[in-house]
Design a protein around this ligand. Structure first.
Ligand code: NAD
Length: 516
């Protein structure tokens, strides 16, 4: 008799959950709802290209502080008198970079590699080493135009994160009707641990390697977390250096300084776009931003600008959380004073922590404050289901990319908290980047009033289409036409925004076809 066969049941493979699969949940949900063509779905569910590369840089010498206990054994070490104190560059982590010949000609007392500065602290002299950094550029989709997306310098980045952010750019550019696709990239680095000249060298090397992958009509980077107009200027220089028709290449990066081809209104554009959405949300309810209360998470480019604009409209900022701390003032925080405090060169961490016009609270407390609005404008995944259960706000306007987890999304819908989803709320930045790109191509310079007027129209018009899709209210008004996008039933706001993006992208595949 044959041996009894033994069956072993292999459990079905559960797909690994990542920041990318989380971010794509809404794509799949909206694709199911509208019955997105299967081939278009395949085109969109993974990026066109995923580039990973490495860059190296030679770092400068550093002075690294000793703890008071470690410093005790150097009690008799005389202080070094620096002839050129400007050669010392303070970093947010407490280290100093020794720029140029900072010690040259100084009265240096050094023992075993340790020296005392005039501030009394003892420091270890660490010679500059060469270091390697991991860099990324993900190009998600270009059905509607050249790839477009920011450059992030942050220590917590990954291929999955950049895939998610690149896909978000594809949806966003479609939602605000600008002729671009989606991309994202950057470097795995904590920029606060490096000096100005080191960041410059790393940025130039980054573009040296990136150059073959991008171009003004191919892929157009812009600023994101940890980068700024100065870095965009460096990227432009490295891309165009020595080229014959250098002026025609200015549109290879956006978010540049206005003096070198940046657009008026670009720096504030993302914050302004969030504010336009909020303004329209209240206008529809027959009320206004005036007198409303709000909280902001993240007080960098997006957070500080949206706070400033809402404050100027008469809203009251109650609390702010950033990477270093959380502050609260029930009477309203003086926003211009807070911005001056954060931007003071002595505030090395660029943080709201320690602001004298507010009291310190915990991050947990911030999410329990009663207010009209919460504006997450920091990093992704910050609003979890647990936080969403505790929120006491009526509206969340997502300044950050992907701040709300899929579980939190369900809680927000169940609790009836209104939402302005990220892919419309923070699309103001890329919209004005598009205006910058046009101005560069045409060699024009538009006024800030003109930029803001166009931005307002672009944001409000598409935000209204999204609301009509959510409520299944097909109609044509002077400002917008939602008839082609409504699907015959109501959907939640995040799904409505994604439906608008997918329908616009799908049209390109349907009408242009595939190149086999
Ligand atoms: P930024 O670097 O200027 O500021 C980031 C802010 O977030 C800082 O205040 C920082 O302290 C804070 N932060 C960082 N980690 C935090 C944490 N763990 N908890 C709390 N706060 C934290 O960046 P930004 O340009 O203002 O971008 C903020 C968000 O907006 C990002 O999600 C970015 O992708 C998105 N965004 C930016 C733009 C733009 O034009 N800058 C456009 C669209 C979307």
């Amino acid at each position: 008799m044959p041996d009894q066969e033994v069956f072993m049941r292999v459990p079905p493979a559960t797909p690994k959950r990542t920041v990318y699969t989380d971010a794509m949940q809404i794509f799949h949900r909206a694709a199911d709802v509208i019955g997105l063509a299967p081939r278009v779905r395949l085109e969109l569910e993974e990026p066109d290209y995923e580039h990973i590369f490495y860059i190296t840089a030679k770092l400068k010498d550093r002075l690294v502080p000793l703890s008071p206990e470690q410093a005790r054994e150097f009690g008799d070490l005389p202080a070094t008198k620096l002839r050129n104190p400007d050669g010392l560059e303070p970093l947010a982590d407490g280290n100093y970079i020794l720029n140029g010949r900072a010690l040259l000609g100084s009265d240096v007392s050094i023992r075993g590699g340790y020296l005392r500065l005039q501030d009394g602290g003892v420091y270890k002299l660490v010679p500059g080493e060469s270091r390697r950094f991991k860099a990324y550029r993900v190009q998600h989709n270009q059905a509607r135009g050249p790839y477009k997306g920011g450059i992030r310098y942050h220590h917590e980045v990954s291929l999955d994160l950049f895939k998610a952010l690149a896909a978000e750019m594809t949806w966003k550019t479609a939602i605000v009707e600008i002729p671009f696709g989606g991309a994202k990239g950057g470097i795995q680095i904590d920029p606060r641990q490096y000096g100005k000249e080191e960041i410059e060298a790393i940025t130039l090397r980054f573009m040296y390697k990136l150059k073959r992958l991008i171009g003004p009509d191919v892929d157009i980077p812009a600023p994101d977390v940890g980068t700024n107009p100065e870095i965009m200027g460096l990227l432009f220089r490295q891309y165009s250096d020595g080229e014959n028709e250098r002026h025609t290449l200015r549109g290879v990066v956006t978010g540049k300084d206005i003096r070198i081809g940046g657009s008026e209104g670009r720096v504030k554009a993302t914050g302004r776009g969030v504010a336009f959405c909020i303004e329209d949300y209240y206008a529809e309810k027959g009320t206004s931003v005036h007198g409303k209360t709000f909280m902001v998470q993240g007080f960098g480019n997006v957070g500080s600008n949206v706070a400033e604009i809402l404050h100027s409209m008469g809203a009251r900022l109650l609390a702010v959380n950033d990477a270093e701390g959380t502050i609260y003032n029930g009477d309203g925080i003086d926003v211009p004073a807070l911005i001056s405090y954060v931007q003071d060169p002595k505030n090395l961490k660029r943080s709201v922590a320690g602001f004298p016009g507010a009291q310190r609270i915990s991050k947990k407390d911030l999410f329990e404050i009663q207010a009209d609005m919460l504006i997450p404008a920091a990093l992704g995944g910050e609003i979890t289901a647990e936080i969403a259960e505790r929120l006491r706000v009526r509206l969340i306007a997502e300044g950050a990319n992907g701040p709300t987890t899929p579980e939190a999304d369900k809680v927000i819908t169940r609790r009836g908290i209104d939402l302005i989803p990220d892919i419309i709320a923070n699309a103001g930045g890329v919209t004005v980047s598009y205006y910058e790109w046009i101005q560069n191509k045409r060699m024009e310079g538009w006024s800030e009033a003109e930029v803001n007027r166009k931005l307002e129209f672009g944001m409000k018009r598409n935000w209204r289409i999204i609301r009509d899709i959510a409520r299944n209210l097909p109609r044509q008004t002077e400002m917008h036409d939602s008839r082609r996008f409504c699907i015959g039933k109501e959907v939640d706001m995040r799904c409505a925004a994604m439906i608008l993006a997918l329908k616009r992208i799908e049209a390109h595949y349907q009408l242009e076809g595939f190149s086999q």
